[in-house]
Design a protein around this ligand. Structure first.
Ligand code: DAK
Length: 258
């Protein structure tokens, strides 16, 4: 049995972290299964991915503390690399990834959510980086992505104090985009995914690349990157179709990812 399930819903897919007896905590097996589940996503046809957690209580309650407890320095570093490689793969997937956070998103769970393009959450969601209380640093990108997302001030406060925050505070500091009642979380995430998949997939992919890679560059270089990615959209089927539909006053568009 896999600890991560993947459901193909046509234009989008849903990946569910599925180890509810441990609040979906990430041990080596879960990380291996997450990597295998990502292999199943057919990037030719799937235009958006949702990541959520099984159950009503937890997205992911962190890396597995019981597995980490006896690691040596070398094993700890290797475990960090294993998680980082997978989370970086999620962050750089060509398609958008939405985190639908259904409860605890602590430590590695908060870090998994932050490797997605954006986050929506249920009203019972709790976010935090409790690592310093366990004698370690965040190890799956938390120090880097949290500071980039909410700014160094809030990131440092959350990380140094190891204090968990509730959904409303996460919304206020920009860690999540939207809070909904738990029963509306997946319908909302799927509606968002469906809205994204209606648009020209090549253009959406280029936008993800432009934003992610542009943020790492100086503005003079970033706008050159945008020019290049913008130019690449021309002469595609989808650019011709999108503009022709406008001129023909058609609402329905046949985007083909070509
Ligand atoms: N690891 C292992 N088991 C966990 C777990 C976790 N992170 N979180 C929950 N569980 C397990 C509990 O042990 C319990 O199992 P049994 O005792 O029943 O066998 C089961 O899930 C249900 O949990 P509770 O009974 O505790 O449920 P409660 O509702 O009472 O409490 C809670 C929920 C989320 C408040 C509590 O479970 C909790 O505090 N969990 C730990 C949260 C946490 O501290 N997470 C951060 C983990 S540290 C690095 C690489 C990675 C990382 C760091 C460095 N390098 C290599 C440098 C990442 C670190 C982390 O993520």
């Amino acid at each position: 049995m896999s600890f991560v399930s993947y459901e193909n819903k046509g234009a989008y897919g849903i990946l569910t972290m599925n180890r509810p007896e441990a609040l979906n905590a990430l041990d080596s097996n879960v990380l291996n299964d997450l990597s295998a589940a990502l292999d199943q996503v057919d990037l030719e046809t799937v235009r958006c991915l949702i990541i959520t957690g099984a159950g009503e209580k937890s997205f992911v309650a962190g890396a597995d503390i019981k597995e980490m407890a006896n690691l040596t320095k070398a094993e700890g570093e290797a475990f960090g690399k294993k998680g980082n490689d997978i989370f970086r793969r999620i962050e750089t997937l060509p398609i958008p990834v939405i985190a639908a956070v259904n409860g605890f998103a602590l430590g590695g769970g908060c870090e998994l959510a932050m490797s997605c393009d954006f986050r929506i959450c249920s009203d019972n969601a709790v976010f935090g980086q409790p690592e310093v209380g366990l004698g370690i640093t965040p190890g799956f990108g938390g120090t880097q992505r949290l500071a980039r997302l909410v700014g160094p001030g809030y990131a440092k406060q959350m990380i140094y104090t190891a204090r968990n925050i509730k959904a409303d505070e996460a919304l206020r500091i920009g860690l999540v985009n939207q809070i909904v009642p738990l029963e509306e979380l997946m319908p909302t995430a799927e509606k968002l995914a469906a809205g994204i998949t209606k648009n020209a997939p090549i253009a959406v992919r280029q936008c993800k690349k432009a934003i992610n890679e542009g943020l790492e560059l100086k503005m003079d270089d970033a706008i050159v990157l945008e020019e290049k990615l913008f130019g690449d959209c021309f002469e595609t089927h989808d650019q011709v179709e999108g503009m022709t539909a406008f001129m023909e006053k058609r609402k329905e568009k046949n985007f083909t990812n070509n």
